[in-house]
Design a binder for this molecule. Structure first.
Ligand SMILES: *[C@@H]1O[C@H](CO)[C@@H](O)[C@H](O)[C@H]1NC(C)=O
Length: 531
């Protein structure tokens, strides 16, 4: 009896297993695949743009008079590449008569290219992919039309990827009528209700278009308080556009879809005062100038004996650099300026990094506490200081950028000396777009921008161009660092200084072309002007 039941059990188990396998084969678990390619804009976006055209350009028949002083300032997408004319040809003209120069990158870059048409085509293709990649439906212009009975949130609705929320603020205000109806539709998710209200009929729940109707307005409005949105297309940061309508009235708003930004916090270990050694790492890049580098390290140690110095070294024959709190990273020979900056900054573990050149010298005026203080108390991400030459002249090298749209040929980058405005509570400090190569920055912010390692011997502004729109940059003229003598008579220069000059300042054609390529292709500019 027992043997039979055992056999029976085994049989039941085997047939059960076979049955399950069959079911699995017949109805496999559906993992829906989602298209996340760089698609064209969806039908909701197209619809809204069409609608905007009508809304924004009605009343053609009403005459107007242009106000020249204001209309001149509006960008038309046709930036011009024009510098000041060079009328006066005197020695030292730039100091006495500062003038704006302009570099037509289209000429400079394309003229020396054997296949200019190919380059233009490639740049256009990359640019349209970039535009589609960086486009967010939350950037779309949405106009709320006059006298809409629809009540809805205009902004501030957010959902985590693949999660569900209640859409707050939905409502309908209209006079009594036999049936009150609204409809909602989305593209990256589904709509549903978290609760049902008596007297309201719902169609399309769980789909991307849902309709609600009721003969009692208050019941419909109650039901609208339970409408949910579930995101079903995963993207770490995007937005879904909701179309909301009733009868002839239509409204649109966006729900932001995205992961929460995870903070990056630094534990500096102290509660009071600024412990510079715990907060700041000094980063530098050295090449052929070990005498200068040692002078720099010694000058740092006079004021900050325990702050870590990170050195990127791409010399052919590295010489010893010894001492406590020094990390040196040897790179392949001649890797270059920005590659070295990248490497040095990538090794920093403190909240802030101070960039110095290897021929700078700390003095009594090199107060890193001041830089930490302004970075702690303002929204600045990067603050530059002043570099004092042996002559006593201090430079802060403050610049502002403006990028004007220039249509299909590319945009114009205008660089001008100066700043935007001063900073309250910090009388020596101003806000700008680019500063000198003596600066302190939030390490994680500067790492996100990075330094283009293609720029091997020259390069400074390129970093600030890449940082445009993501770094908040300031400059304080009262934090000063010395610059080891640059004006040395050629015959008194050491051998290493001479070979350094040969390497750094012999700007070959291919390097000049690389710099033009960065601006022409990578930044998609047609013109650069500066003063
Ligand atoms: C400052 O920070 C350094 C490095 O973290 C640490 O060794 C030192 O003890 C700190 N000094 C004070 C006064 O907290």
């Amino acid at each position: 009896m027992r043997a039979i039941s055992k056999k029976g059990l085994v049989l039941v188990m085997i047939s059960g297993f076979l049955l399950l396998s069959l079911i699995y084969l017949w109805f496999p678990v559906k993992k829906q695949s989602v298209d996340i390619g760089l698609t064209q804009r969806g039908h909701i976006e197209k619809l809204l743009m069409e609608k905007n055209k009508d809304t924004l350009s009605s009343y053609h028949d009403v005459p107007y008079v242009l106000k020249e002083s204001v209309s001149r300032q509006l960008a038309y997408g046709t930036c011009e590449c024009r510098g000041d004319e060079n009328k006066i040809n005197l020695p030292l003209p730039r100091i006495l008569f500062p003038r704006v120069w302009a570099n037509n990158l289209n000429h400079a870059y394309l003229e020396s290219d054997p296949d200019p048409g190919g380059v233009i085509g490639r740049r256009d293709k990359e640019y349209s992919a970039f535009q589609r990649r960086s486009y967010s439906p939350a950037d779309l212009l949405i106009v709320a039309e006059a006298n809409s009975p629809l009540q809805y949130p205009t902004q501030g609705v957010e959902v985590r990827p693949m999660k569900t929320i209640i859409i707050p603020g939905l409502g309908l205000k209209q006079d009594p009528r036999p049936t009150h109806t609204v409809s909602l539709s989305v593209t990256m998710g589904t709509l549903d209700v978290a609760a049902t209200v008596v007297g309201v009929s719902i169609s399309g729940a769980g789909q991307n278009t849902m309709g609600l109707s009721s003969s009692v307005l208050s019941q419909l409005n109650r039901q609208l308080q339970f409408v949910t949105y579930t995101n079903t297309l995963f993207h770490p940061k995007t937005a879904d556009t909701v179309l909301y309508g009733s009868g002839g009235h239509k409204a649109a708003f966006t729900i932001k879809v995205g992961h929460r930004a995870i903070p990056k916090l630094f534990n500096s270990g102290t509660n009071e005062g600024y412990n510079i050694s715990a907060l700041v790492t000094i980063a530098t890049k050295t090449f052929l100038r070990y005498d200068k580098l040692r002078d720099m390290i010694n000058s740092v140690r006079k004021y900050y004996p325990t702050v870590l110095i990170v050195i990127a070294d791409d010399n052919e024959h590295p010489q010893p650099v010894t001492g406590p709190h020094i990390d040196r990273y040897i790179m392949p020979f001649g890797k270059g300026w920005f590659a070295g900056r990248n490497l040095a900054v990538s090794q920093v573990t403190t909240k802030y990094v101070l960039w110095v050149d290897d021929d700078f010298l700390f003095t009594e005026s090199t107060k890193l506490e001041k830089m930490v203080d302004i970075l702690e108390k303002t929204t600045l991400d990067l603050v530059g200081g002043a570099v004092t030459e042996v002559t006593g002249y201090s430079a802060t090298y403050q610049h502002t950028f403006s990028v004007d749209e220039g249509g299909s040929e590319g945009d114009c980058l205008h660089i001008r000396q100066g700043h935007y405005h001063s900073i309250q509570g910090f009388p020596s400090c101003v806000v700008a777009d680019a500063v000198i190569n003596f600066f302190m920055a939030r390490t994680d912010k500067i790492l996100r921008v990075g330094f283009n390692p293609q720029l091997s011997r020259r390069g400074h502004l390129e970093f600030f161009v890449d940082a445009l729109g993501s770094l908040h940059v300031g400059s304080c003229s009262d934090v000063k660092i010395g610059h080891a003598s640059k004006i040395v008579l050629p015959w008194s220069k050491s051998e290493s200084a001479k070979s350094y000059d040969r390497f750094r300042y012999s700007f070959t054609n291919s390097e000049g072309r690389m710099q033009t390529e960065v601006y022409y292709f990578k930044n998609r500019l047609k013109c650069m002007s500066s003063n």
